[in-house]
Design a protein around this ligand. Structure first.
Ligand code: FE2
Length: 213
């Protein structure tokens, strides 16, 4: 399936009712082998060699973005030295304020460890929520992981080979203004609201220096 077809199909879906269709379409899209090269060619033609509007972090590309959803291609590198372990956000327990469907695209795929928060409601720093059992999923090509916003704490572990995944991110408004994405420590105690905010700030600063030159 081509990216344009996928986007058109997503626009026609009800994100609450059509979960099975979304998963099937993501699996079809993940069989298209030239998504990244097509994206890079079209953005270079449109914007030249600018990274603005294309990268969303140090390890991914925004293939499509609109108000209700976006599609990202994430790169997951294996870790072969202690120095590399800090270059990507592996092993950090966190939650998101968006709904995510991820499908393995290539490589053996990263592993996600997930625990559900059992009591809905706003979290407070330092107070551990009640949690379900941990479960694990390796995102091999074609495998799909679905995560609801706010209530699924997860961390990623590196793949054995360089891997990529596609993520459909659905931008739903929060049900209450008190709900946030959070980072958690290794004991699942909430530490600070927001996910990867420091990394995002660092990247934006680095990009602004590049553009200045
Ligand atoms: Fe995450």
């Amino acid at each position: 399936m081509h990216l344009n077809t996928f986007v058109e199909r997503m626009r026609g879906y009800d994100f609450d009712q059509d979960k099975e269709h979304i998963i099937e379409d993501l699996q079809h899209l993940a069989r298209h082998r030239t998504l990244l090269s097509e994206h890079l060619c079209s953005t270079i033609k449109k914007d030249g060699f600018s990274t603005r509007n294309s990268l969303y972090g140090p390890y991914g590309y925004v293939l499509h973005h609109e108000a209700l959803f976006s599609l990202r291609l994430g790169i997951w590198s294996p870790i072969r030295s202690a120095d590399e372990s800090g270059s990507i956000m592996y092993g950090v327990n966190h939650s998101h304020d968006v709904e995510i469907y991820a499908v393995g695209y290539c490589g053996d795929g990263y592993t996600t460890i997930i625990r559900d928060i059992l009591e809905p409601g706003p979290l407070r720093a330092g107070i551990k929520p009640s949690l379900g059992e941990a479960r694990s999923m390796k995102l091999a090509p074609g495998q799909v992981l679905h995560m609801a916003p706010f209530y699924q704490i997860h961390r990623q572990l590196p793949p054995d080979q360089l891997s990529a995944s596609l993520s459909l991110v659905i931008h739903r408004p929060p049900t209450t203004s008190l709900e946030h994405a959070w980072c958690f420590d290794e004991n699942y105690i909430p530490t600070c609201p927001g996910t990867a905010t420091q990394e995002t700030a660092f990247l934006e600063n680095a990009l602004s220096l590049l553009h200045r030159g």
